[in-house]
Design a protein around this ligand. Structure first.
Ligand code: BGC
Ligand code: NOJ
Length: 808
């Protein structure tokens, strides 16, 4: 069953049924101000940091779910309904929710009154615009009241949800005309406030939640809304809100537009006050003046659309498969931008209170967006590198607002440093900007410790070499990519964090996965040294990569596939002799991507084992068989019921590694089949099983051994976005940025006879037409009519470059 449909021309997903299996959401904002918005108007907003600067409240565990958010009420006689369906939940005569790129539009209708609610965050603007247009399609005059309501969060989302003895006495507001100001804590240490405004005279307002709702009521039956009159309340502590009441008369055929703004304002210390205890509203008034008319809103919407057109134009493909095209051209790239902005902080599965920006997560996200916003990628690399320690290790996370490492989660995830190498190399291959290597970056954000970025990369690579275990394989530390394989934690106390507790520091648990990863990225680093640095270091690192490859072969090959790890007792993890968890996906992907065992036939063998033991119709499971009991020597992985999350779920993030690995062994059919199985657009008709949005990837799909096989969870903020885009754009469609230019090496099954890719690369527009005459074969390139030897397009001086490719 489907709940909507793709509108590719508009680049929208159009939902026609409010009761989607889960809230299907979208993101508004792309610089500093962000909002989450569901298909019934739920969600919340924040400035830069979902934990430290939360503007509006959201209840993750509330019942009914997804209530609150953008509350709008339309009252006409006895009829009372919401233009986004929620919170009133009154059945509508018509409902459509159009999730587009950076905006969401609700088109609804009740009793001949049409509503269009358009929500977006304009470019370079710290606020969300909600334009509500009402149109009377009947022959009679309509008298209507419109009520808005947003609930303020007291800025720090963690305190807001926990520190009630303080919270209940904090809230302060001011009301001036059509604007309500949330100035809680502004008197003391904050230099920011928020406002909710409307560009129309109001006939009432409320700022106290209790007065607005009344006793025993929720958002779907506020006393003031049912009673037809606002209380004009001023909040004194408790729960401050902002609600406006507007009256309007609509003649037959007449329409009316109201522009609501949820804005965020920062004021310098010297200009905080207009008069004693009265906040300086000048900047807020300026923000309101920028969106006081429809023409201004329309212009900002056009600008937003133009912005996305431009970003997405950097990689466009025509393959003849509309699902593939819409994922590559629109949704996968869009999701990459969202993960760039938010890492793993705020989604309907990430509360925005816990994890800030993950080190490895942000580095991998960069692989998916660097071609769209290279300048912002550059900034991001330098920010991430600054949370590295002098010994090459790194903080595991940082807060976007402060850019400081997050001490709660700490350090010691031994794959982290190598991801910095991966993303810096990807950035330089994309842009040619080797100057970034000379940028001074501090260690642990301490001024005075700056060293060139190149030195950070060097320490990353040497960190692995300085932390080897008894088999010459990398020590795993707290965990590697698989956060739940905690080989030194030995936790037996409920509530202990698997990621941070260390009850048995063995000093010997090793990761074959990091071994493969080292071979892959140490070679990239060696290439960087050869091109831009020290030839001696390059040779040394190539030799170290060779030694690692040998160690992986000698101690990490299990006969039919690669082992996963050695635990704290030196026992094998992920081997045929293990009782459970005999084979893991990660080392099969990364080791083959690194080229290990390709010549010897082991790579192919490992992938055959993946196919035989891990592959299902919904994707490739992380491991098999799943752990049925808790193993304290393995940690969190065995804490999940079989088939969920890292315990044998289909972890979408590492499916593309298998697909890429299949391209390495030149198996286009399976490479594409792996891609297709987890690709949401192909699962649209199975939305009742899959349940999450058909336009974005989820972190996990319940695996074969789970009771709800095929059910996805944790949509939006996942490294899956970047890795599937890397896979499909660079390996399946085969357009790979290298230091020398674009390499063209597609690996597609026979059903793709001819495809065209348009790719902007280092300022040049390449139009690449590929004829797939011998799937998996070697490409022959012609540029503007002239044959090219090899598969790398020489850097072009022209602005347009036409390339013909025949796979023969
Ligand atoms: C999840 C992992 C995640 C980790 C982060 C675990 O509970 O299963 O996927 O990486 O938490 O802290
Ligand atoms: C999600 C985390 O964000 C990511 O860093 C980790 O690699 C995966 N889970 C696997 O555990």
């Amino acid at each position: 069953m489907t709940y909507g449909a793709f509108d590719d021309a508009a680049k929208e997903y159009v939902i026609h049924e409010p009761g989607t299996p889960l809230p299907w959401i979208n993101y508004l904002g792309n610089q500093d101000f962000f909002s989450l918005i569901s298909n019934t108007g739920g969600g919340y907003s924040f400035y830069r940091d979902a934990k430290l600067r939360r503007l509006t409240r959201y209840r993750y565990n509330g019942v009914p779910g997804d209530s609150g958010g953008r509350n709008y009420y339309i009252a006409e006689g006895d009829a009372l309904w919401s233009p986004a369906f929620s919170p009133m939940l009154t059945p509508l005569d018509d409902y459509r929710c159009r999730h587009g790129l950076g905006y969401t539009i609700f088109e609804t209708r009740k009793n001949g009154l049409e509503a269009e609610l358009c929500c977006f965050v304009p470019q370079e603007y710290a606020g969300e615009i909600n334009r509500l247009v009402l149109r009377n399609t009947t022959e009679t005059t309509k008298e209507i009241q419109i009520v808005s309501a947003v609930e303020w969060c007291l800025w720090n989302a963690v305190d807001d949800a926990a520190n009630f003895q303080r919270n209940f006495s904090l809230g302060e507001v001011e009301v001036e005309g059509g604007a309500i100001y949330h100035k809680s804590e502004y008197r003391e240490r904050r230099n920011h406030y928020a406002f909710h405004s409307v560009n129309h005279p109001t006939v009432g307002f409320d700022t106290s939640r209790d007065a607005f709702l009344g006793k025993f009521a929720g958002w779907n039956n506020p006393r003031t809304v049912l009673g037809g009159r606002s209380a004009d309340s001023i909040a004194q502590g408790w729960a401050p809100i902002a609600s406006h009441r507007i009256h309007c008369t609509l003649q037959p055929g007449e329409s009316k537009s109201l522009i609501f703004i949820l804005g965020y304002v920062e004021v310098s210390e010297a200009e905080k006050w207009e008069s004693p205890n009265v906040i300086n509203k000048k900047p807020a008034r300026e923000m309101m003046a920028r969106f006081a008319t429809d023409a201004q809103v329309d212009a900002a919407l056009r600008q937003l659309r133009g912005y996305w057109e431009d970003l997405l134009s950097n990689y466009q493909v025509r393959t003849g498969d509309e699902k593939l095209d819409r994922m590559v051209n629109i949704w996968n790239q869009y999701q990459c931008m969202v993960t760039f902005n938010l890492s793993r902080s705020a989604s309907y599965f990430e509360s925005g209170m816990g994890r800030g920006m993950g080190f490895r997560d942000s580095c991998q996200d960069l692989l998916g967006f660097v071609h769209m916003v290279p300048a912002r990628a550059r900034r991001r690399i330098l920010d991430i590198a600054a949370i590295q320690f002098e010994d090459g290790g790194t903080w595991h996370q940082y807060q976007p607002l402060t850019k400081q490492g997050n001490a709660d989660v700490g350090t010691g995830f031994n794959d982290d440093p190598l991801w910095l190498v991966a993303c810096a190399c990807a950035y330089i291959r994309e842009t040619g900007d080797a100057a970034i290597l000379n940028e001074p970056v501090a260690f642990n954000t301490k001024p005075g410790t700056e060293a060139p970025l190149f030195e950070h990369l060097r320490r990353s690579v040497h960190y692995t070499l300085q932390n080897l275990g008894p088999h010459g394989l990398p020590l795993i530390g707290r965990a590697d990519w698989n956060d739940c394989l905690n080989l030194n934690c030995f936790s037996t106390q409920p509530g202990e964090s698997f990621q941070t507790c260390a009850n048995y520091e063995s000093g010997i648990a090793e990761s074959v996965f990091i071994g493969g990863m080292f071979v892959l990225y140490a070679r990239e680093y060696a290439e960087l040294c050869r091109l831009y640095g020290d030839a001696g270091e390059s040779a040394d690192i190539l030799a170290a990569a060779q030694r690692m490859e040998e160690a992986v072969f000698a101690h990490g090959w299990d006969g039919e596939w690669f082992l996963r790890a050695y635990d704290a007792y030196g026992n094998k993890v992920g081997g045929a002799d293990c009782e459970e968890g005999q084979i893991y996906i990660e080392p099969q992907g990364l080791c083959v991507m690194a080229g290990i065992g390709v010549k010897e036939g082991c790579a192919k063998k490992a992938l055959d084992s993946v196919k035989e033991r891990l592959t299902t119709e919904y994707g490739t499971c992380l491991l098999s068989p799943c752990y049925t009991t808790y193993h304290k020597e393995l940690g969190e992985i065995s804490s999940y019921p079989p088939g969920y999350k890292e315990n044998g779920g289909i972890f979408c993030h590492n499916n593309p590694w298998i697909s890429i690995a299949e391209t390495v062994v030149k198996n286009p059919d399976e490479a594409f089949a792996v891609y297709r199985r987890t690709c949401p657009a192909y699962l649209e008709e199975k939305s009742d099983i899959h349940r999450t949005e058909p336009y974005v990837y989820s972190q996990m799909i319940a695996g074969r051994e789970a009771a709800t096989f095929g059910e996805a969870k944790n949509s939006w903020l996942t490294g899956t976005a970047a890795w599937t885009f890397v896979n499909v754009s660079q390996y399946l469609l085969g357009i790979i940025p290298t230091h020398e230019g674009l390499r063209v090496a597609p690996c597609l099954p026979a059903q793709f006879a001819t495809i065209t890719v348009r790719r902007r690369y280092r300022g040049v527009w390449y139009t690449i037409t590929i004829e797939n005459k011998n799937p998996g074969g070697a490409p022959r390139l012609t540029v503007d009519g002239a044959n090219i030897s090899g598969d790398v397009l020489p850097l072009s001086g022209q602005s347009e470059c036409a390339v013909q490719v025949v796979i023969a």
